[in-house]
Design a protein around this ligand. Structure first.
Ligand code: COA
Length: 461
């Protein structure tokens, strides 16, 4: 299936576009207009002449030009008819937002949509989905208003989610933290385009370097195994599987008509295919962003801190997650002793003390970057101290942009800290609140790098 018509259309029709700002068709049409999509956008509604100053057409068949992609937001009983019209018009991609199909027992209705899509060779996403976003092509059929769900900037992480709600939470988090995405797809009931098609497409997408996924079910286990293995060799895939308990399986069935399947089998398949499995939505976000860092050569981590206790906690979790505290080289220790005041603790963690300023961070980063005994660097920055301000971000960002080793940050605190975290994140430094999550993510990055290159995996707790 060629999915380019969905992500890179030249023209889009919004079927069910409405004047009423509370209707989904209105929000979708408005988002296309205001989101900066460069192609043609046609509102389709038989009852009105104009929407937002654009000529409205009764049907796609009345549109003079060709249409690559249709977003359908009309009630369930009307979907088959408008989808057929799309087929007759030669539309090659459709996103069916409408609910009321297999997830509520309307198997016949969903089957009809699949048959129409197959007859006309339409790549159909949904039904029962939230829409999709391509930040490069500025395609945005997500039916949530922009003032409520800020859109993330252009970036390298693609996110596919069977659940629209999960998807919206994660992209909201990404936007808030300044983390960019390449694509977002909520694929709902996965009636035609499913997770395998999306993974295959994203494997070859030059704008995507990391894939994050929320699965409720996999439609075709054998195909998934083959495709996931291939995709995860090429790009890291971070996934969360929902519907793991008896109650969760029942909820997934009525949510997206998913047959959730055994959690153990999924975990085994993920391990076999080198998909990185996570257990919470925040982990999905927190783990995905670290995979944009360069691959570490090994598991020896150097920690720089201006707070002793957070350094100790980070050390504990680093070791418990299978990382090793690096033994700094003699040269590193010598240079550090020469440069830093006597109260700086030249160990690992390298405790720069509570009066550390940006110059100390800069020098410490330089030393660890040049030390061959250090594979990755965790920089703990507690912004509450008097000697630190936003300018310390510049030195961390500059070191990170050399892309020699993975550099991540841990910063814990309130409003002032949060502002600085956004600066770091926006510049590509994964920044965490929790030593547990930071070291967990770093250990998975290390695991992935070792598994793909050497076929060996470090042990985890
Ligand atoms: N062609 C074009 N437009 C049509 C049409 C057709 N064949 N049939 C109806 N319309 C128009 C309607 O006239 C209406 O426009 P209006 O406001 O100008 O009258 C518009 O399409 C929407 O139809 P309406 O009957 O008002 O439906 P609605 O907006 O209340 O509900 C859905 C439509 C799709 C939103 C609703 O059926 C639905 O599925 N909601 C749940 C969506 C969801 O949760 N998805 C999963 C998310 S993860």
């Amino acid at each position: 299936m060629d999915l380019r018509c969905l992500f890179e259309p030249k023209s889009v029709a919004v079927i069910g576009a409405s004047h009423d700002p509370k209707k989904l068709g209105h929000v979708i049409f408005k988002n296309f207009i205001e989101g900066g999509f460069k192609g043609d956008v046609y509102p389709i509604n038989p009852n009105i002449d104009k929407i937002l100053n654009r000529k409205c057409y009764p049907s796609v068949l009345d549109v003079p030009g060709s249409i690559d992609h249709a977003v359908i937001a009309v009630p369930a009983p009307a979907v088959a008819k408008v989808l057929t019209e799309c087929g007759e018009k030669g539309v090659k991609g459709a996103v069916v937002i409408t609910s009321g199909f297999a997830e509520v027992g309307n198997i016949k209705g969903e089957k009809e949509l699949v048959e129409i899509a197959k007859k006309y060779d339409i790549a159909l996403i949904g039904p029962n989905c939230l829409g999709l976003i391509d930040t490069k092509a500025k395609v945005d059929s997500v039916f949530l208003p922009m003032y409520k769900l800020q859109r993330p900037k252009k970036g390298d992480i693609a996110f596919i989610a069977q659940s629209g709600a999960v998807g919206s939470c994660v992209i909201d988090l990404a936007a808030e933290m300044g983390v960019g995405i390449s694509k977002f797809v909520s694929y709902g009931n996965a009636s035609v385009v499913n997770e395998c098609d999306l993974l295959e497409y994203l494997r070859d997408d030059p704008n995507t370097r990391v894939i994050a996924a929320y699965f409720e079910m996999v439609k075709d286990g054998k195909r998934f195994l083959r495709i996931a293995k291939d995709v995860a060799q090429n790009k890291p895939v971070i996934a969360i599987k929902a519907g793991k308990t008896a109650g969760g399986m029942k909820a997934a069935a009525s949510h997206t008509a998913a047959m959730a399947g055994s959690a153990d089998v999924y975990s085994a398949v993920f391990r076999q295919t080198r998909i990185i499995e996570v257990e919470s939505l925040t982990d999905l976000f927190d783990y995905s962003k670290i995979f944009l860092q360069p691959a570490p050569k090994g598991r020896r981590v150097g920690i720089i801190t201006n707070g002793g206790g957070v350094g100790v906690l980070t050390t504990d979790w680093a070791e418990r997650h299978g990382l090793q505290l690096a033994n700094f080289s003699d040269e590193t220790k010598k240079k550090a002793r020469e440069k830093f005041p006597p109260h700086v603790n030249i160990g690992n963690p390298l405790d720069l003390a509570g009066d550390a300023d940006k110059e100390r961070y800069e020098y410490a980063l330089e030393l660890l970057m040049d030390d061959d005994n250090v594979d990755s660097i965790i920089t703990i920055i507690l912004f509450q101290t008097v000697s630190l301000d936003a300018s310390v971000n510049d030195v961390i960002i500059a070191a990170s942009q050399k892309r020699k080793k993975p550099i991540i940050a841990i910063s814990i605190g309130g409003e002032y800290t949060k502002k600085n975290k956004v600066i770091l994140e926006s510049a590509g430094v994964p920044t965490y609140t929790s030593p547990y999550v930071a070291t967990g993510a770093l250990s998975k990055l290390t695991w992935y790098a070792r598994c793909t290159k050497e076929g060996v995996c470090i042990p985890f707790i």
